[in-house]
Design a binder for this molecule. Structure first.
Ligand SMILES: *[C@@H]1O[C@H](CO)[C@@H](O)[C@H](O)[C@H]1NC(C)=O
Length: 406
């Protein structure tokens, strides 16, 4: 009897821990709940370790991830897989075997809030193997340095160094990559790096080889409005909660975590900030950049007065290398055709959709692929054990787009 009682208490505690009310319409809510419980337990464990002074919370999460998720570059029948460096940055290479003709090339930046993740993780490794095989493309997955050890602009510089090396005559020749068929891609924070790098490189006249396409998966695009309709709607939807995204920004920019509440309140972009001009505001003004169907009933959070000096202290908030949404139309207009994948249940949905709109205004051909049942990170869960349905669908469509456009 006592055992039974203890069992039921434990079971209800577990159910309570796992259970989370999710918005209706999200794909496979039970899988998402389990995933979220797993993530939260990692976070709680690392919070405890952090509080005890054992290790920085970021490190513990990264250690757990490397133990559970990082895999060797094991060989497979159709693709050579090995770890190398690209422009001095460690990179996993996926090179299709055989065939005389030139290959397509894809440079990939993984997600993880500029803080977590690796191209050597099972999910990214599997994704790149599949791309290499299905597209007969040489895929390189870049392990740029991570926060808190590296902060902006170091991640960006790593991404740029790897991209320059990828497009160099030496690398293109060595891997038999067709210089006319190269693409840069990435998800989440990696989508941010891909977008920033392609803006810089297409504006650089000294480069003869240019990316033919950019494929951005639920990218992070701006840090001046943390109350877009998608930030409001999805603030409590796993796996990327609104405060977590703000914290990733603070880690990336090397800023104090105490700024979290201020940023969540949009106090850093209040109307009395002299550093933010009306022109800059128009570049992240969702009331004009988003279609009505996404604005729904949400109201903009625009403060008359806020906390002055934050933008001066953290100029990166306004830096296009960190926030590619803020680029000038002339810069955007030079970037190649784009694929932007967004998910309805993602705080970053509107970052991506506003970028779609600004690219279109600049005259770029854009495929906007929106998943009404998608959640942030779903593509990385297309594989076992999660086998997320929306993850698989979106991965198929992404690879299909690359096949037709690269
Ligand atoms: C935001 O700014 C207002 C006005 O300056 C101030 O009263 C408030 O405390 C600030 N909020 C935060 C969270 O910093």
């Amino acid at each position: 009897m006592r055992l039974f009682l203890a069992g039921s208490v434990l079971l209800s505690a577990a159910a309570y821990y796992v259970y989370l009310p999710l918005p209706s319409g999200v794909c496979e809510p039970w899988k998402l709940m389990l995933l979220d419980a797993l993530f939260r337990s990692f976070m709680h464990a690392s919070d405890v370790a952090h509080a005890l002074g054992v290790t920085h919370r970021v490190h513990l999460v990264n250690q757990i991830v490397s133990l559970a998720e990082v895999i060797e570059a094991y060989p497979c029948p159709a693709v050579h897989v090995f770890d190398s460096t690209l422009g001095g940055v460690s990179t996993r290479v996926f090179q299709p075997k055989g065939g005389k003709k030139l290959k397509r090339g894809v440079l990939y930046f993984h997600g993880g809030g500029w803080t977590h993740g690796s191209g050597r993780m099972r999910s990214y490794d599997h994704m790149c193997r599949r791309m290499a095989e299905d597209l007969d493309a040489v895929v390189m997955s870049v392990d740029y340095r991570l926060a808190p050890e590296a902060v902006f602009p170091e991640q960006y510089h790593d991404a740029l160094a790897a991209s320059r090396a990828f497009l160099s005559a030496q690398v293109l020749e060595h891997y038999s990559i067709d210089p006319e068929r190269v693409c840069v891609s990435g998800d989440s924070a990696g989508g941010n790096l891909a977008a920033a790098v392609v803006q810089e490189m297409t504006s650089d006249d000294s480069l003869t080889v240019k990316f033919k396409a950019q494929a951005l998966i639920y990218p992070v695009m701006q840090a001046l409005d943390f109350n877009t309709p998608s930030y409001q709607q999805n603030q409590a939807v796993p796996i990327l909660y609104r405060p977590a995204m703000v914290n990733f920004w603070l880690l990336y920019l090397g800023a104090d975590s105490s700024l979290e509440t201020l940023l969540l309140a949009n106090n850093h972009s209040s109307l009395d900030q002299p550093a933010i001009s009306a022109r800059t505001r128009s570049k992240f003004d969702w009331t004009t950049l988003l279609p009505d169907i996404r604005k729904k009933q949400f109201q903009p959070v625009i403060r008359e007065t806020g906390s002055l000096g934050v933008v001066d202290e953290l100029p990166a908030l306004m830096d296009v290398r960190a926030a590619p949404l803020l680029a000038e139309l002339e810069v955007l207009g030079r970037t190649p055709k784009a694929y932007v994948m967004t998910c309805e249940f993602d705080v970053l949905r509107d970052d991506g959709l506003m970028y779609v709109r600004r690219l279109q205004e600049a005259g770029v051909t854009v495929t906007s692929d929106h998943y009404e049942d998608g959640f942030h990170g779903c593509m990385a869960f297309a594989f076992l054990p999660m086998l997320s349905s929306v993850g698989q669908r979106s991965l198929d469509n992404y690879i299909n787009w690359l096949d037709q456009n690269l």
